[in-house]
Design a protein around this ligand. Structure first.
Ligand SMILES: Cc1cc2nc3c(=O)[nH]c(=O)nc-3n(C[C@H](O)[C@H](O)[C@H](O)COP(=O)(O)OP(=O)(O)OC[C@H]3O[C@@H](n4cnc5c(N)ncnc54)[C@H](O)[C@@H]3O)c2cc1C
Length: 264
């Protein structure tokens, strides 16, 4: 879970925008400085327009990197994200990044990566998949959603899905799907879970992995302001190694954390 040290603030424009599901769009932006040093799990903080409304930037995981271009996958949940989802090619943006730490793919303590995501939490998983594939590490995605329309699997390989309402894939939540997958895939060797999704899902997943001694990294979300540790807006409470509560700034010490810190 390394911190990225090469941060750039890039004035760029949207070079492509395409729908990816219900209220979700993928935006491409030419950001050579960010693309060059981005690692899976990093995020960018985007000033979504040229006005002071909204004033603050909005954080998004780096969804993909291709050449000098980075993609973000954005779910329309409010003012800033609706401006991005409804933007047009050529619109100007300010993009700060790569920010935060990254998933620990090179730790050498696992044979197979299980990428577990829910809803828009699938956003960082394509970049992670590409990095694992380039390193020759086997991986499998377990993608959950409330229903068929919420599953975001665009571009992913080796995917199994679950839906809460049974409209596609396994009928149940993605933690139950993981349990089933582990019972069936007995030749995966040592597995490590990399996850992103809503907090209740991540909490359940962290407990599941702790109880089975499966290493697990989670990419958390919080409301965030500056993205670089100045505004103290993204404080989250985790457990430390002694099981005591401690607060961290998610933008600086996260967004990727050890799952054992999120079980309480
Ligand atoms: C490190 C990080 C990475 C993220 N990556 C992605 C991503 O790849 N794709 C994506 O679509 N979203 C991502 N998010 C969430 C995204 O930043 C928020 O959805 C966005 O900032 C909301 O802005 P808004 O102006 O549209 O919403 P607002 O109008 O500000 O708020 C709308 C609603 O969303 C809630 N909200 C605002 N920010 C957050 C947040 N960070 N988490 C949960 N709820 C929030 C508000 O409380 C409110 O209920 C990420 C957040 C973080 C911290």
């Amino acid at each position: 879970m390394l911190q990225n040290s090469a941060i750039a603030d890039v004035r760029t424009h949207i070079s492509a925008i395409r729908p990816a599901g219900a209220d979700v769009a993928i935006l491409s932006m030419n950001c050579p400085e960010i693309a060059a040093s981005a690692r899976p799990g990093n995020f960018v903080n985007i000033k979504v327009n040229a006005t002071d409304q909204p004033l603050l930037r909005r954080p998004f995981c780096i969804h993909n990197v291709h050449g000098d271009t980075i993609d973000v996958m954005v779910k329309n949940v409010g003012r800033g994200t609706s401006l991005l989802c409804e933007a047009s090619c050529g619109e100007s943006l300010l993009v700060l990044g790569p920010l935060g730490n990254s998933f620990g793919v090179g730790t050498g303590d696992f044979d197979t990566a299980l990428l577990v995501s829910g809803g828009i939490g699938t956003a960082p998983m394509l970049f992670l998949e590409k990095t694992l594939a380039a390193a020759g590490i086997p991986f499998h995605h377990l993608v959950g959603g409330r229903s068929h329309a919420d599953l975001l699997t665009v571009g992913l390989s080796n995917v199994t899905t679950s839906t809460d309402d049974g409209s596609e894939g396994f009928h149940g939540n993605v933690v139950q799907l993981l349990e089933k997958h582990l019972a069936e895939q007995t030749d995966a060797g040592r597995v490590k879970v990399f996850a992103c999704g809503p907090n209740p899902m991540l909490r359940a997943l962290a407990r599941f992995c702790r109880d089975r001694a499966i290493p697990c990294e989670l990419s958390l979300e919080s409301v965030m302001g500056c993205g670089v540790g100045i505004c103290y807006g993204c404080m989250v409470e985790l457990s430390n190694a002694d099981g005591e509560k401690e607060s961290i700034l998610l933008c600086r010490e996260g967004p990727v954390i050890d799952g054992n810190r999120f079980t309480a």
